[in-house]
Design a binder for this molecule. Structure first.
Ligand code: MG
Length: 162
């Protein structure tokens, strides 16, 4: 069977609002607002999931985990990531590396990156060096810059067995 190197890209954005817990990269981060979503709104995990699904040539996150399905209401996005990791194994795909950027004006996310890696790397079966997470701001520009949302990008490279 010919092995193929495949790449996928993922992007997500969620609104910030009061009365929600802020969860980014699987880490609960103390803040006055949280991300609005059908699930926990974990924008970073959603971007990573879409990058992995894209690399696999599968459906996107909205098709795999539709927000019309009550099963996914308030679900922890780490559970969705576990499900994608299982799909990868079933398709004989191995992750080479993932790189990602999470963009938030506040709170400062960089101090939480090691904790995010501690949660995400075991799920993905990746050593820490193969999961890049970078925290950026938008320099006050646009919805993210004005603190109304948090966005994330991710790129995943996999080796596919078929
Ligand atoms: Mg999302």
């Amino acid at each position: 069977m010919t092995k193929m190197v495949r790449t996928g890209i993922g992007y997500d954005i969620h609104r910030l609002d009061e009365g929600r817990r802020l969860v980014v990269g699987g880490v609960a981060i103390p803040f006055s607002k949280g991300l609005v979503g059908h699930s926990d709104g974990d924008v970073l995990i959603h971007a990573v999931i879409d990058a992995l699904l894209g690399a696999m040539g599968g459906k996107d996150i909205g098709q795999c985990f539709p927000d019309t399905n009550p099963v996914y209401k308030d679900i922890q996005s780490t559970e969705l990531l576990v499900s994608v990791a299982i799909q990868l194994k079933q398709r004989d795909c191995e992750i080479c590396n993932i790189d990602s950027i999470v963009i938030a004006e506040e709170p400062k996310l960089a101090p939480h990156i090691p904790a995010m890696k501690d949660i995400l790397c075991p799920i993905l079966g990746l050593p820490v060096k193969d999961l890049g997470i970078k925290a950026k701001t938008r320099e006050g520009l646009g919805d993210v810059g004005e603190g109304r949302a948090i966005a994330a990008w991710a790129v995943a490279t996999i080796v596919s067995g078929s």
